[in-house]
Design a binder for this molecule. Structure first.
Ligand code: PGA
Length: 265
């Protein structure tokens, strides 16, 4: 158990991507809350967050507030702009108004399908910080990057640029998601994840200082399941997981959040 860093509360984050409408979201969040409660989950010990599509957020917010559910939630993207003529975009202040705890920024699918550069990721990070919504900055290398540059070079460069553009920050989360591991069923090994997460923590230290780096949670993402989460959470620099596919299954996601029961066995 010593491997789970006591300075940082682990975060298990479920990225729903473009799945579940607002009615399905309500049913899902209710089931998830019951499932975790049934398992006597210690929410102070391991935080659990869901990331539904924008159209679900108000429903999820209302449910969590009305039933006082100990779950956290956030959005999957945010505009780098404050307001104005940006059709289809959602401002950080709107997420703040919905009491979002977090926003995912620079997911590889945003980078790949929407041309998000490290500079845009940095500007979006700044927009989140400005509105007191904690950014979860996603970085990761493609299979090609891995072959050409090794495991850490690309994610390190992505994070360095994003943090330089974002400026001063004290509350950020970083997610290391190798692109080749996302949705492929082929997760990185815990040792690979640890190596890159340690390098990313050094980048946070360089940009934001040692104290912030020591308090920053660095998540691993890419084909995380209940059967492999324990190995990641044993690593000293891995503080949680960003879970895609497996976050859409209540039993599986509950089991991932309950990793402390599998760590150390
Ligand atoms: P996956 O997705 O768990 O389905 O691999 C992770 C992610 O894209 O955040």
């Amino acid at each position: 158990m010593a491997a789970v860093n006591s300075q940082r509360v682990p975060l298990i984050a479920g990225n729903w991507k473009m799945n579940l409408d607002h009615l399905q979201a309500i049913a899902f969040v209710q089931k998830l809350a019951w499932s975790l409660k049934d398992a006597r989950h210690d929410f102070d010990g391991v935080q659990v967050a869901v990331f539904p599509p924008f159209t679900d957020l108000r429903s999820v917010q209302t449910l969590i507030a009305a039933d006082k559910l100990p779950l956290q939630y956030g959005a999957q993207d945010v505009s780098q702009h404050d307001s104005g003529a940006y059709t289809g975009e959602v401002a950080g202040s709107f997420l703040k108004a919905l009491h979002c705890d977090y926003v995912i920024i620079g997911h590889s699918e945003r980078r790949q399908y929407h041309g998000e550069t490290d500079e845009i990721v940095g500007a979006k990070t700044a927009a989140a910080i400005k509105n007191s919504v904690t950014p979860i900055i996603c970085v990761g290398e493609t299979a090609e990057d891995l072959e050409q540059h090794g495991p850490s070079a690309v994610p390190v460069a992505q994070l360095r640029t994003a943090l330089a553009v974002a400026g001063k920050a004290t509350d950020v989360v970083v997610a290391y998601e190798p692109v080749w591991a996302i949705g492929s069923g082929q997760a990185a090994t815990p040792e690979q994840a640890e190596q890159v997460c340690a390098a990313l923590r050094a980048v946070v230290a360089e940009a934001l200082g040692d104290e912030v780096a020591a308090a920053t949670r660095i998540l691993y993402g890419g084909s995380v399941k209940s059967s492999n989460i324990a190995g990641f959470m044993r690593q000293p620099n891995v503080d949680g997981a960003l879970v895609g596919g497996a976050s859409l299954d209540v039993t599986e996601f509950t089991s991932i959040a309950r990793f402390k029961q599998h760590v150390g066995v």
